[in-house]
Design a binder for this molecule. Sequence first.
Ligand code: 5GP
Length: 182
Amino acid sequence: MAKKKIIVNNELFESYIDEKKIQARIRQLGKKISKDFEGKTPIFIGILNGAYIFFADLIRRITIECEVDFMKLSSYGDSKITSGNVHLLKDLNSQVKNRHIIVVEDIVDTGLSIDFIKRILNAHQPASVSVVSLLVKPKSLKIPTEVDYIGFNIPSEFVLGYGLDYAQKGRNIPSIYKIAKQ
Ligand code: 5GP
């Protein structure tokens, strides 16, 4: 049984989305994406670091032929607020021209990272670019952002666990916690 409250970097977090619920939603997403991309051999591109656990679980629910690759962007640093400055730290190894691309994100907050990634990918003339994100904070979006497959829409509160960190801590926690109201 997961703890109801935990402390990470001296801040209190409360249990939010448990492992069972996360896995059930991932099974549904895997089924839907597999159906939508039948016969297309898409390339799944995981965005490091935050999406690595979601990516690993999602990809094992994909039942069609596919390939994988990774991109790494600069992160929040050690803060809980997005800096708005996005940089590419690791580019793709794959050739994406004329290929169907599925970007796998952990969370979409302002939408700036996804916008940045889509612009880089579109410059390589892929056949299509779709986005799957485990979490989306719809009220935090600063630019119109289309997320094709959403695990959970959540309020604009800071979350960690299941790959998501707070100043690099908490990525190993198996479920998702949100910052506790003081
Ligand atoms: P955006 O560019 O959409 O503002 O932010 C996307 C990135 O910010 C995510 O991939 C993630 O790394 C980080 N991020 C946004 N919201 C949260 C959050 O609530 N918790 C954590 N740990 N990271 C977040």
